[in-house]
Design a binder for this molecule. Structure first.
Ligand SMILES: Cc1ncc(COP(=O)(O)O)c(C=O)c1O
Length: 356
């Protein structure tokens, strides 16, 4: 690590493609994917479906597009979708759930991201002329805004039973589902077997430059393919995107464990610093949130101070800072981040003493 090197802890989306991925792009067999003739895309979609234990898959441009298409493919305009109140779909997808999919989002609060099946059942109200038809339940795993928390397979199963009882579909925003499976050391199918369909992202911890996959039944994927076209997401020689995706599924999953180890190291280091509060129980994968309220400054000012010292982070709330580990972050970067936070904390405490 050079002295001036920037340590970018904003997101695992900043990861760059590996040499092997660049090589795969260069040699990818290409065709027109709108005609379903790109053999590299076809191979990736087949592989993704097999990995997830479903019939078929569809390559799309982003996680947001995957969620939007899946919402539209699972429910009709005017219907109701139950989702977790801190979910990415509800917070960060520009309201596409209502603006484009035409659905009524029905958010349910939860302590760490897992929907309570009893609350889900209560939200599925008996049909009445005044009420929209509930059609879909969305879950998120790992749960981003709750701190990369894992929703356990049995928690998903319980929600799926509620969905089945009332004939609703269950969809998983699995942008980081491989982080959950690696952290629990269980096959990813242990999560996916309880949902009707899902998406996962290639361009987060798996380091691909672009792309997400929607996975589900053949019928669901056929419908989704047409919706992708409506939304302008039909791509031509998309094999250049799919080729690194195949590399990712074949060789980039197990290494997520390194990111989890570094996140834990970072969290435990930060936990020792005065003025900072962190819930270590929530640090289950590669995301670390910590509260800097005790330092007497707001999170946006804090991250500017970090930036001056070549460390990049994001804010989550007024007092909460977010850091995410990924392939570009090694043990020494974590140590540098911890010592820098400690320096800033000490500077602030000293300023406070002098002001007092
Ligand atoms: C849980 C979750 N879902 C969906 C997305 C959207 O993915 P994209 O940024 O590729 O649109 C993200 C992005 O961070 C996410 O964390």
């Amino acid at each position: 690590m050079s002295v001036k090197e920037i340590i970018d802890l904003r997101s695992d989306t900043v990861t760059l493609p590996t040499e092997e991925m660049l090589e795969a792009i260069q040699h990818a067999e290409l065709g027109d994917d709108v005609f379903e003739e790109d053999q590299t895309v076809n191979a990736l979609e087949k592989l993704a479906a097999e990995r997830m234990g479903k019939e078929a898959a569809l390559l799309v441009t982003s996680g947001t597009q995957a969620n939007l298409i899946s919402l539209m493919s699972n429910a009709k305009r005017g219907e109701l979708v139950i989702l977790e109140a801190e979910s990415h779909i509800y917070w960060y997808e520009v309201g596409g759930v209502s603006m484009i999919a035409g659905l009524l989002p029905w958010p349910l609060k939860s302590p760490v991201g897992a929907l309570d099946p009893k609350e889900v059942k209560a939200a599925i109200r008996p049909q009445d002329i005044h009420l929209p038809k509930p059609a879909l339940i969305c879950i998120e795993n790992t749960h981003n805004r709750h701190g990369g928390t894992i929703i356990m397979p049995d928690q998903i199963k319980a929600v799926s039973e509620a969905a089945q009882e009332h004939d609703l579909k269950l969809y998983l925003d699995g942008a980081r589902i491989f982080n959950a499976s690696v952290a629990l050391k269980v096959d990813v199918k242990e999560f996916t077997k309880h949902v009707d369909n899902l998406m996962f992202c290639l361009s987060k911890g798996l380091c691909c430059p672009v792309g997400s996959l929607i996975v589900g039944t053949r019928e669901f994927i056929n419908r989704s393919r047409k919706l992708r076209k409506i939304l302008g997401g039909g791509m031509r020689q998309a094999g250049i995107i799919a080729a690194p995706g195949i590399v990712a599924l074949e060789s980039m999953i197990d290494r997520l464990e390194d990111d989890h180890r570094n996140a834990r190291r970072l969290a435990e280091g930060i936990a020792k610093i005065d003025g900072i509060n962190i819930d270590l129980n929530r640090v289950q994968t590669n995301i670390v949130y910590f509260n800097i309220g005790g330092l007497g400054i707001k999170a946006d000012v804090f991250i500017l101070k970090l930036k001056e010292k070549s460390i990049l982070a994001l804010t989550l709330t007024e007092n909460t800072v977010r850091m995410v580990t990924h392939k570009g972050i090694e043990k020494e970067h974590v140590e540098k981040a911890i010592s820098t936070i400690e320096i800033i904390s000490n500077e602030l405490q000293n300023e406070k003493v002098h002001a007092d």
